[in-house]
Design a protein. Structure first.
Lengths: 281, 261
């Protein structure tokens, strides 16, 4: 790997969604610094999604975020998928690409869900090896994202933050730290989210996701269909205080409001981070 | 088999409803037992894929009603679990599945409605065509070249032969207008579906145009198409009719280029 280790800071971005295509293209909002695209949505031959992708890419930097690399699966890596991903990377020229610290299926099935792994040394070794192979194939380092999870395996031998850090270190990759996911998992698994942040190597954190969720009383479900709640904003402030400037974006996947409403949330993130990001520059 | 693989196989067996062995591997807490925690994944798997089918087959979902459609989607999920990295392809076997589980006229109608909706999704993100043959380019074709002309069509175009008026039903559901009664013709009608820039279009073809476009797409030249059209058209009119079809196809932005036999 030859990439620079200076942490890039893109500013404040949004997940690009079809509902906002026209608005983004016409208004070119200035308070969005960059967009994240869902890679699989553009692994197609042509038509509307690629038209808007190319047009919006003219005006904004982008990063790519995938959901189907299945880094944790014990099936072989899917090189057909990786070839398509590489082709899309060449088209979009993103600042970086990312996927999740999860598995999505075995025996060639795709459950289309981000399934959690046991936090064991076996899984650390397995993940780190596969991330290294992906990075070698694509030719650049990637970011891996922490999940929201609803289960704890009896096998777990370490807390999630140790698991995440060990893999990032071993594979020499970067982290997409989802602040909402830390909050959700801390509620579901009864840990202090600040302990999580304290266990993360800040220099590897290149991106944050912020999102809303749904609380069923016993578990919080990571639905991305609600506004961001105050405790998640507070945790974001803590990440800003600890890690300094990190490219931050809002992820909204359901119950998608008008672009203006998401931009207001993004401005809120900007305001929270400002004192720490200015100091960190 | 590694411990991790064994765990994943048992987790997946739980998700697809084959076994509950995985429960013993999950910690229960006071506020949420292992069964409840795992159930979150079990339900999410079904809801996510039902919702995906409901988007790809919105007219079918509307026609069947939410309850019946959900039952159909759950059965389909059991028979055709997703194997593709993109959820966009999950629904590709639904028309074939409908043929397997229904019978008689209902089978034919539902299969045709689903096939029509899937065809639209194929056209929606089919490859773009950077350069298309234009009407003004026709003037450049010398008269003596016409008999040997062949035609290359764009990828974002396909046709279906349908007995039922599913195109009209789908369009009415999509636009929120009054849904026509389902009607069956004794003979199938060919429906052409294509994308022009970013918008999807559709129209029905009369039998001689249906025959002509199929021949043209398979590589027949203009003379061969005219000869075949004699089955429906008088000899003195046939070249004019065939040229009219070509003009229509070019005007609809279906033709990439003209070639020579």
């Amino acid at each position: 790997m030859t990439e620079s280790r200076t942490k890039p800071f893109l500013g404040f971005g949004l997940g690009l969604r079809a509902e906002h295509y026209q608005d983004v293209l016409e208004r070119k909002p200035k308070n969005v610094d960059w967009f994240e695209i869902l890679s699989e949505n553009y692994m197609i031959d042509g038509g509307k999604p690629l038209y808007f992708l190319d047009a919006i890419r003219q005006d904004y930097p982008m990063v790519m975020h995938g959901v189907s690399m299945s880094l944790g699966s014990t099936d072989e890596l899917d090189f057909d998928y990786l070839r398509q991903l590489k082709a899309l990377i060449e088209r979009v020229e993103p600042r970086w690409f990312s996927d999740h610290l999860c598995w999505t299926g075995v025996d060639h099935r795709n459950m289309h869900d981000l399934l959690p792994l046991p936090y064991t040394q076996e899984a650390v070794n397995h993940l780190a090896d596969r991330i290294s192979r992906v990075q070698d194939f694509i030719g650049r380092q990637m970011l891996i994202e922490n999940l929201s999870s609803y289960i704890t395996y009896c096998d777990d031998a370490m807390p999630e933050w140790e698991f995440l850090s060990a893999i990032a270190e071993k594979a020499d990759c970067y982290l997409l730290l989802d602040v909402n996911n830390i909050y959700v998992s801390s509620f579901n698994h009864h840990f202090d989210p600040v302990d999580y942040l304290a266990g993360i190597p800040g220099e590897r954190v290149w991106q944050h996701h912020l999102a809303g969720h749904t609380n069923d009383g016993n578990l919080i479900i990571d639905t991305h269909d609600q506004d961001i709640i105050d405790p998640v904003w507070a945790l974001y402030e803590e990440t800003a205080r600890r890690f300094g400037p990190v490219s931050t974006m809002i992820e909204r996947d359901g119950n998608i409001p008008a672009l203006e409403a998401v931009l207001e949330e993004l401005d809120h993130a900007r305001a929270i981070a400002a004192p720490y990001y200015q100091a960190g520059k | 088999m590694t411990h991790l693989r064994d765990l994943q196989l048992r987790f997946q067996d739980y998700l697809i409803g084959k076994s509950e062995d995985i429960e013993a591997d999950i910690i229960s807490t006071e506020n949420a037992l292992a069964e409840h925690r795992l159930g979150t994944y079990y339900n999410a798997y079904r809801i996510r894929l039902i919702d995906c089918l409901a988007v790809d087959y919105s007219a079918l979902a509307h026609y069947l009603g939410r309850g019946a459609f959900e039952n159909l989607a759950l059965d389909y999920l059991r028979h055709y679990p997703s194997t593709h990295p993109s959820v966009r392809w999950f629904g590709q076997h639904l028309p074939a599945y409908l043929r397997d589980i229904y019978a008689g006229e209902e089978q034919e109608f539902l299969q045709e409605l689903a096939s029509y909706e899937w065809a639209q999704s194929l056209v929606f993100d089919a490859a773009d065509s950077e350069s298309l043959f234009q009407l003004e380019d026709m003037a450049q074709v010398p008269p003596e070249a016409w008999p040997e002309l062949t035609f290359r069509f764009k990828p974002a175009m396909l046709w279906l032969d349908l007995h039922w008026n599913v195109a009209l039903i789908e369009n009415a559901i999509d636009t929120g207008t009054e849904v026509p009664q389902a009607r069956r013709s004794d003979f199938p009608q060919r429906w052409l579906i294509w994308r022009r820039e970013l918008k999807t279009y559709w129209r029905s073809l009369e039998v001689h145009e249906a025959w002509a476009i199929e021949q043209a797409a398979e590589g027949a030249n203009f003379a061969a198409i005219c000869e075949g059209l004699l089955e429906w058209i008088d000899a003195e009119q046939v070249a004019l009719v065939a040229a009219g079809f070509l003009k229509q196809w070019i005007g609809d932005q279906l033709v990439l280029s003209l070639g020579k036999d």
